[in-house]
Ligand binder design. Structure first.
Ligand code: MG
Length: 441
């Protein structure tokens, strides 16, 4: 059987991987994984197909003997947080994150509020393949309902307050953030203007919060003279920011600002191998250190736990605040962005104060069966370059002039190359050299 789980849960097109029949099997498999008992929190994002897939998943869990608490439309981080807080044995969120509306998927959460590890996902896949029958009739589970949005908001409001009021434009992309983000920010004393905040399955913009999808937000921030613009992806585990001039802040720089906010002397911060070195500049200037891990939010969460990190984040806006919980949390991320603005400096000032690096990304075609040999060639070259070599994810070389990352794609016949440095000439020459080595037969 081909793998069901990708880098972030099961994901696919409606009727293909996102089908009620597969979700029924996934529900039964999760029930067996939990010992055919226990309580599972189940929620979904705003996609049109969410209810049908949730019903199938719930049916499988009940048939497998679990009790299910249905929580309706909630952001992924709210479900993860409440799985732990409410003492559930697992959580499941039906979502395809930032993918277009014809996609859907599911992501599982452990009792400790962390995403399933690759090992746990592998076990679910094995169980699906075994096609478990379910428990006898008298042991079939039952459902209940809970409104967990106020539980989550209450926890955040008990931990955070703002020293002043801000004017904020919030773009929920008609996703799961619609039901909580504008209200929570108002509770924190902000003047909130919401965009695309009706929780329909028909987004007013594409769900991935890329600058090209955020013109409404950028224009809105300028037009209304707001201090900050905020946008989420479909399930609100990611957040991006627009400064008061209406410009979407570069992901690497926003990551560095948030990492700086969460760093005290002696702290460890986790990020992935592909993030800019600007995060090291900021974190080290505050007496912290940066640990780099594999790309993907589960790798970041695992590293946060291992290193007792104060913060973990990716350039795409998936940020983990381990003092609160171990799931990437866009809602919490927006609160932290406002805490940063309490300093009195505008977001554009804070952004422009950061060091500038040039970064270039390229990809080279490479058939699957040649990836290992070409990566070995890159590793040999890297070891001769005299820098610090890491093989945490692909091959990464760190040198005084900058750094190079070469990673094979997990899903396409490609090898991706990233080069970052201070000097354009060094970046260009280094990129040419790496492409030449990879392209040579
Ligand atoms: Mg997401």
């Amino acid at each position: 059987m081909s793998r069901l789980f990708g880098t972030s849960g099961v994901r696919g097109l409606w009727g293909e991987r996102a089908s009620p029949s597969l979700f029924l099997e996934l529900g039964k498999a999760l029930a067996v994984h939990l010992g055919n008992s226990g309580r599972v929190l189940v929620g979904r994002d705003t996609r049109t197909t969410g209810e049908a897939l949730q019903a199938a998943l719930v049916s499988g869990l009940l048939a497998g003997g679990c009790k299910v608490i249905q929580v309706g439309v909630v952001p992924t981080p709210v479900l993860a947080f409440c799985t732990k807080l409410l003492g559930a044995d697992a959580g499941a969120i039906v979502t395809a994150s930032h993918n277009p509306p014809q996609y859907n998927g599911v992501k599982f959460w452990s009792a400790d509020g962390m995403a399933f590890t690759p090992e746990e996902e592998r076990r679910i896949e094995d169980l699906v393949e075994k096609n478990p029958k379910g428990v006898e009739w008298s042991k079939v589970g039952e459902t209940g309902e809970a409104n967990i949005l106020p539980v989550y908001s209450g926890e955040i409001l008990s931990r955070f307050s703002l020293g002043r009021s801000f004017k904020v434009v919030v773009d929920c992309g008609n996703g799961a953030a619609s039901l909580i983000a504008p209200h929570l920010l108002r509770e924190l004393g902000c003047e909130v203007i919401s965009l695309h905040s009706h929780p329909s399955g028909f987004p007013g913009r594409e769900l991935e919060p890329l600058p090209s999808n955020l013109q409404h937000l950028e224009e809105g921030v300028k037009q209304w003279g707001a201090d900050l613009g905020i946008a989420y992806d479909g399930d609100a585990d990611r957040v991006v920011a627009v400064d008061e001039k209406g410009r979407t802040v570069e992901g690497d720089k926003l990551l560095a600002l948030v990492a700086g906010q969460e760093t005290k002397k002696g702290d460890t911060v986790v990020t992935t191998v592909d993030a800019s070195r600007v995060i090291e500049d900021v974190v080290e200037s505050r007496g912290g250190r940066v640990v780099r891990t594999k790309v993907g939010d589960v790798s970041v969460a695992l590293a946060c736990r291992e290193h007792c990190a104060s913060f973990g984040g990716e350039e795409c806006g998936a940020w983990i605040f381990p003092k609160i919980h171990l799931a990437p949390d866009g809602i919490l991320g927006s609160v932290v962005l406002l805490k940063i603005l309490e300093s009195g400096k505008s977001l554009s000032q804070l952004w422009e104060e950061l060091p500038n690096y040039a970064i270039r990304r390229e990809k080279v075609y490479c058939p699957e069966n040649e990836k290992a040999e070409r990566m070995e060639r890159i590793l040999q070259t890297a070891e001769k370059m005299g820098g610090e070599v890491s093989t945490v994810d692909g091959v990464r070389v760190s040198m005084p002039e900058g750094w190079i990352l070469v990673r094979p794609s997990g899903t396409e016949p490609l090898i991706r190359i990233t080069v970052e440095g201070k000097e354009e000439k060094w970046i260009r020459e280094t990129m040419e050299k790496i492409v030449r080595i990879l392209a040579t037969k």
